[in-house]
Design a protein around this ligand. Structure first.
Ligand code: SF4
Length: 441
């Protein structure tokens, strides 16, 4: 019976959520549901929510409101919300604002979805899912690129962050399971894996006996994991996100030079001022971060580096902000994801500090930093002119192929659809802030 039913998933937020949605799709398909392109064509709509900012949550409320209108025309429609909003809703205040949803559960409870759906609609046959949601085989959205979560949750409690509340404490996935998943992906033609974790470089294998005896790293399990993946035939590029600066030890820095490692590192700094870093509970200061960037560039001089920055955090003065600007200038990042601080209820910052930088001032600081980023990014991109980039093509439209270089720069060049999924050598002849243009070599 389930075969006649259709589902639609709407995903908000980070790569971890996108990866979780691939598992969600797999659970629904194992029950016999088929994907629908549009929510109005479906019988089950799942929203995978994000809590990182107020605006992200508002968009989820907006969707839930719209779908409650659909329910009037189609009373059997099942609407579910999962992800970070149910995860952090300990006092049920969020759920109270979503009266018309039928399912509301944190990501980890995805394994219960078949049972809950069949309770609502007995035509939907419950199938047994895995013991842990990360054991669910995802319904990968690409044949040649895959997200591989190696950990979920976080113990760090940065004062602004909801992740430890929404996803719980850090849980590391079995090494054997990770390696088996990647080996099977490589067998099916996957070329690039992106390892995901809240502090990916804090990975501790629960089953260390599966590390090879000849692994060149001895101390850091994450470095050891990178080495193991480097040995898997067929995998050509390894990318990971997001690390924490304090776990970038000598072995992880050395692993940046492994042959399949992409030439890019995303290393969040959040602020350039020590007082603010302390209030954020980031556990490092700006001097430590500078030294780390120097060490990384000494080891791998051409590496592109990205970061995350929050402007307008509680008590951030103009002087503090200037420290962030000059840190940015000094580190010469290739890219930054700049966020205006958004207070999240339940976090330490919401309890202990006032959200005292005005919206207008946050926006002004964001614009100033954004302008600096664009200027530096453009200058850095110009250094690629006349050089060869290695591009994993993920799209081709009207004879224009595009994909990411090893530095995670978006590259466009003339080509054809047969190139999608291949790694092509492209000589760069034009550099813009967000796009490099070139010709196939
Ligand atoms: Fe959040 Fe900090 Fe953990 Fe990152 S390290 S997930 S910012 S608490």
């Amino acid at each position: 019976m389930s075969g006649q039913y259709k589902y639609h998933i709407i995903t908000f937020g980070c790569q971890m959520n996108k990866s979780d949605s691939e598992r969600l799709a797999s659970v629904l398909e194992s029950m016999g549901l088929r994907a629908a392109d549009k929510p109005e064509q479906s019988d089950v709509i799942m929203i995978n929510s994000c809590s990182v900012r107020d605006s992200a949550e508002s968009r989820v409320y907006g969707k839930v409101f719209n779908f409650s209108k659909f329910k009037k025309q189609k009373p059997d429609l099942i609407v579910g919300v999962t992800g970070c909003m149910p995860g952090r809703d300990k006092d049920k205040k969020i759920l109270a604002k979503m009266k018309n949803v039928d399912l509301f559960f944190p990501t980890q409870e995805m394994i219960m979805l078949p049972k809950r759906l069949s309770e609502i609609n007995p035509d939907l046959v419950s199938v047994s899912a895995a013991e842990h949601y990360l054991q669910i085989r995802p319904n990968y959205s690409s044949k040649f690129q895959a997200f591989i979560p190696i950990q979920t949750g976080c113990d760090h409690f940065c004062t602004y962050c909801v992740v430890p509340y929404a996803r719980g404490r850090e849980q590391n996935r079995s090494l054997k399971e990770i390696l088996d998943e990647i080996k099977s992906l490589s067998f099916q033609g996957c070329k690039e894996v992106t390892l995901l974790g809240e502090i990916v470089n804090h990975y501790v294998a629960p089953d260390r006996e599966f590390f090879s005896r000849d692994n060149i790293y001895k101390k850091n399990d994450f470095a050891k994991l990178l080495w193991e993946i480097n040995q898997i035939e067929g995998i050509e590029r390894i990318h990971w996100t997001g690390p924490h600066p304090i776990y970038m030890d000598e072995e992880v820095i050395d692993a940046l030079t492994l042959p399949k490692q992409v030439n890019f590192l995303h290393l969040p700094v959040q602020s350039g001022n020590n007082e603010i870093l302390k209030k954020m509970n980031r556990r490092h200061d700006r001097e430590f971060y500078f030294e780390l960037i120097k060490k990384i560039r000494k080891k791998k001089p051409e590496i592109a580096i990205g970061t995350d920055i929050i402007v307008g955090f509680c008590g951030e003065t103009e002087k503090h902000f200037q420290d962030t600007l000059n840190l940015y200038k000094e580190c010469e990042f290739d890219i930054a994801y700049i966020a205006q601080y958004s207070q999240r209820s339940g976090t330490a910052a919401a309890k202990a500090f006032g959200d005292d930088v005005s919206k207008a001032e946050k926006k002004r600081r964001w614009l100033e930093l954004q302008a600096m980023m664009e200027e530096i990014t453009l200058r850095k991109n110009q250094a690629y002119l006349d050089k060869e980039a290695s591009v994993l093509v993920d799209n081709c439209e009207k004879g224009i192929c595009s994909g990411n270089s090893g530095e995670m720069k978006r590259v466009y060049f003339r080509g054809d659809e047969s190139m999608v999924g291949s790694i092509m050598a492209v000589k760069i002849n034009k550099a813009q802030e967000w796009i490099l243009w070139g010709e196939m070599v």
